[in-house]
Design a protein around this ligand. Structure first.
Ligand SMILES: Nc1ncnc2c1ncn2[C@@H]1O[C@H](COP(=O)(O)OP(=O)(O)OP(=O)(O)O)[C@@H](O)[C@H]1O
Length: 632
C-alpha cells in the first residue's frame, strides 16, 4: 500500500482533526445567540481561554456582563475543562453567571434540535431537575449560580445603569432589554423560588487570557430578511467577514458582532470601551507604558518569555525594486536606534519616530501614522501587543520573514521592526488612501474600469508571491490598501501577511475569512496558491455589484460554507444587467476565478493576460495621464 500522500492530512477520526461544534447562548430577553465553530483541540490553550473566546464569538466581549462563564452539554452536565469539551459532544449551551430560566434553555434546545422532539424532551427533563430549587446547601453550592436569575440580574443592572447615568450604548442596549423583560418576561415559579436557594458562588472570568479567534455567527431569533442586496446590509447582516478558526494558529480575521454591541461595518473585534481608541486619535503612552506590564494579562512565566523574546533592533534591507530603490534604501538607513535592541523602550522608539494618529486597527494590532525624525519620512507603524499573540507568535514571524523578503510595488513594504518588552513595532511603507473595505463601504460598487484595474493590481501582487510559492490566505478588502497616485486615482497594495506561508505541497490548515474562503479549504482536500485567486474572484464580484457571491440569508455559517462548496454562481438582475457579459469580459472573468476546481481556475499570471483586465487597466491608465499627454 502507498503511504499517505500528505502527512498533514488528518484522519477522519483523529482528535487532531478540527470539529464543528455549535454553541447556543440562551438569553431570556434577547432571544438566543448561536455560533458554530471549527475547533481543534491542539489549538486551545486553556479552558478559560476557550470560554472567553466562545463568549466573544457569541458577541459578548470579556468586559460584557453577559459574557459566557459556563458551558453545559445539552443534558445539563457542566463542562469543566478542555478534555470535557472535546469528548465528542457537538452542541453546548453557554451560560453567564445568572441562573438561566427554563424557557430559554428550552428555546436553546429547540434551536439545536428542531427535529428531535424526544431528544429535546429528554434533555429538558434533566435541565428541569437541575434548575429545581436546591434542597440543601450542598446542592446549592453545586448549582454554581448567583442569586440572580437572568431576569432579575438584568433589571437590577438596568436600574444601576439608570442611576449612574451610564451612557455607554452597550449598557443602554442591555437596559432596554431589561425594561422589556420587567414588563413581559415569564418566570416559572420554580425559577422564582430558586432566587432564595441558590448559592452566591460567583462566576470565574479569567482576565488573563487572550482572544482566540473563532469564527462565529450571531443568530437573531427573528432574523430580518436581507432583502434586496445592499452592500452595507450585506456586510452588516449576512456577510460580515467573520473568522474561521485556523487549526494550527487560530489566526483569523474579523468577526460579526451582536446587534447592539459596539459594531463597525468591518466586523472587527471590538475592544473594551476603556481601551478603544478612535481613528484619528493621538498616540498615548498607554500602548506600552510601564504600568501595562503589571496590568498585563500575561502570567509571570509569559512575561519572562517575552523578556527573552525581545529581539535586537533589525533593519530590513531587501533588494529594493527599481522604481523606489533610492527612497527605500534611504528609509532603512536613516532609522538609528540603540544597537542593542534588548531593553528597547517606548522612549527609544519615540526618539526615532514621531508617533501620530491611529490609521487602522486590526485584530492583533493598531496601525499609526508616524514620521521618522531623522529624515521626516512618513511611515506606518503597526504596533502589536505581544500578549495578544500568545500561541500565534508565528503570525508575526510570517509577517517579518515573508513580508520582509518581498519587494514589489503592489505589496506593502516592511522597512524595519523593533521590539520592546511588551510590544513589537513594524515600520511599514505608509499607504495613505485607506483600505479597500472602506472604499467599498463608501462607494458600494465600482465601474468596470476601476474594478478591472484593481484586479490587475492584486494579480500583479499575487503573481509575484505565487511565483515564490507564497500563498497569502487572507486576501480580502481589509488587506488591500489604497495608494493615492493622483486625484481620484488609486492603486492597490497587498498587506497583512500574518497568514501567509510558503507552500510546497498541498496544505490542509483551515483558515481565512468565511466570505472569501475557497471551497477546497472547506473540503479539506488540500489547497495551494489558487485559494488567493478564488478570494480575488469574490472581491471582483463584490466590486462589480456591491454584494458577495455566496451569502447566507440567516447569516448561518454552515449554510454559507455549503453554498461556497457548491459554488453555484448567480448574477442577479438588475444588479448585474449592465455588466459586460462575454467570456473575455467581466462576468467571464468572475466565472473563471470562482471555479470550484482549483486546477481549472485561472492563475494570477493568466488573469494579467485576460482581455478585460488588460483593457480596463489601459482605460484607467489613459485617464490617469495628464490631458496634454492624452492630446499628444
Ligand atoms: N502600511 C499601512 N499603511 C496604511 N494603513 C495601514 C497599513 N497597514 C495597515 N494599515 C491599516 O490598518 C489596518 C489593520 O492592519 P493589519 O490588517 O495589518 O492588522 P492586523 O491586526 O494584522 O489585522 P487583522 O485583523 O486583519 O489580523 C488595515 O486594515 C489598514 O486599514
Amino acid at each position: 500500500p502507498h503511504p499517505p500522500l500528505f502527512h498533514t492530512r488528518h484522519a477522519e477520526e483523529s482528535a487532531e482533526r478540527p470539529h464543528l461544534v455549535t454553541i447556543v447562548r440562551p438569553c431570556s430577553q434577547n432571544g438566543l445567540r448561536k455560533v458554530t465553530v471549527l475547533l481543534n483541540r491542539r489549538a486551545v490553550v486553556s479552558f478559560e481561554q476557550l470560554l472567553l473566546d466562545l463568549s466573544e464569538a457569541l458577541g459578548f466581549p470579556r468586559w460584557h456582563r453577559g459574557r459566557v462563564t459556563r458551558l453545559y452539554t445539552t443534558h445539563a452536565r457542566e463542562v469543566r475543562g478542555v478534555c470535557d469539551f472535546f469528548c465528542g459532544e457537538v452542541a453546548f449551551l453557554a451560560l453567564g453567571k445568572a441562573r438561566p430560566v427554563l424557557n430559554s434553555v428550552q428555546d436553546a434546545l429547540e434551536e439545536l434540535f428542531p427535529e428531535h422532539s424526544h431528544y429535546r424532551a429528554d434533555a429538558l427533563r434533566v435541565w428541569e431537575k437541575k434548575l429545581r430549587p436546591a434542597p440543601d446547601k450542598a446542592a446549592k453550592a453545586d448549582s454554581g449560580y448567583s442569586e440572580e436569575t437572568e431576569n432579575t440580574g438584568k433589571v437590577q443592572e438596568a436600574q444601576r445603569d439608570a442611576h449612574t447615568q451610564v451612557k455607554n450604548h452597550t449598557d443602554a442596549h442591555t437596559s432596554q432589554h431589561a425594561d422589556k423583560n420587567q414588563q413581559g418576561q415569564y418566570i416559572p415559579d420554580s425559577q422564582k423560588s430558586n432566587k432564595k436557594n441558590s448559592c452566591k458562588k460567583t462566576a470565574h472570568l479569567p482576565n488573563n487570557l487572550q482572544k482566540l479567534r473563532v469564527r462565529g455567527e450571531v443568530k437573531k431569533r427573528h432574523p430580518s430578511p436581507i432583502g434586496p442586496f445592499k452592500h452595507n446590509e450585506l456586510l452588516r447582516d449576512a456577510d460580515i467577514p467573520s473568522p474561521i478558526l485556523c487549526e494550527n494558529c487560530l489566526a483569523t480575521k474579523s468577526r460579526p458582532l451582536a446587534p447592539g454591541l459596539i459594531g463597525t461595518l468591518s466586523g472587527r473585534v471590538p475592544l473594551p470601551p476603556v481601551s478603544k481608541k478612535q481613528k484619528g486619535s493621538h498616540h498615548t503612552d498607554q500602548e506600552v507604558k510601564p504600568s501595562d506590564v503589571s496590568n498585563s494579562p500575561s502570567s509571570p512565566q509569559v512575561s519572562r518569555d517575552k523578556e527573552k523574546s525581545c529581539a535586537p533592533l533589525q533593519l530590513l534591507r531587501p533588494a529594493p525594486h527599481a522604481a523606489s530603490a533610492h527612497t527605500e534604501a534611504r528609509l532603512a538607513d536613516s532609522c538609528v536606534l540603540p544597537s542593542e535592541g534588548t531593553g528597547l523602550t517606548l522612549a527609544d522608539i519615540e526618539r526615532c519616530y514621531e508617533i501620530g494618529r491611529l490609521i487602522g486597527d486590526g485584530n492583533f494590532a493598531v496601525v499609526r501614522e508616524c514620521r521618522r525624525r531623522d529624515d521626516g519620512q512618513p511611515v506606518a507603524m503597526k504596533i502589536v501587543e505581544r500578549s495578544k499573540l500568545i500561541g500565534r507568535e508565528h503570525m508575526m514571524q510570517n509577517e517579518l520573514s515573508l513580508l520582509g523578503s518581498l519587494s514589489h510595488p503592489r505589496i506593502v513594504r516592511l522597512l524595519a521592526h523593533h521590539h520592546t518588552r511588551t510590544h513589537s513595532y513594524l515600520v511599514m511603507e505608509l499607504v495613505s488612501g485607506g483600505d479597500l473595505f472602506e472604499a467599498i463601504n463608501d462607494k458600494g460598487k465600482f465601474p468596470e474600469p476601476e474594478a478591472g484595474r484593481m484586479v490587475s493590481d492584486v494579480s500583479e501582487a499575487l503573481d509575484y508571491i505565487h511565483c515564490r510559492s507564497i500563498v497569502h490566505r487572507d486576501l480580502k478588502p481589509e488587506n488591500l490598501l489604497i495608494e493615492k497616485v493622483s486625484a481620484g486615482i488609486g492603486r492597490l497594495k497587498l498587506g497583512d501577511f500574518g497568514l501567509a506561508m510558503v507552500v510546497t505541497e498541498p496544505v490542509f490548515t483551515i483558515c481565512g475569512t468565511p466570505t472569501y474562503v475557497a471551497p477546497e479549504i472547506l473540503c479539506e482536500t488540500g489547497y495551494g496558491v489558487a485559494v488567493d485567486v478564488w478570494a480575488l474572484g469574490v472581491i471582483l464580484y463584490i466590486l462589480l455589484c456591491g454584494f458577495a457571491p455566496f451569502r447566507s440569508r440567516d447569516r448561518d455559517q454552515e449554510e454559507l460554507f455549503k453554498l461556497i462548496k457548491h459554488a453555484e454562481l448567480h448574477f442577479p438582475s438588475p444588479y448585474w444587467d449592465s455588466i459586460s457579459e462575454g467570456q473575455t469580459e467581466a462576468k467571464g472573468l468572475v466565472r473563471s476565478l470562482l471555479k470550484p476546481d482549483p486546477t481549472v481556475r485561472l492563475t494570477a499570471e493568466q488573469i494579467l493576460q485576460h482581455h478585460w483586465v488588460k483593457a480596463m487597466a489601459s482605460v484607467c491608465s489613459q485617464r490617469a495621464l495628464p490631458d496634454k499627454t492624452k492630446r499628444d
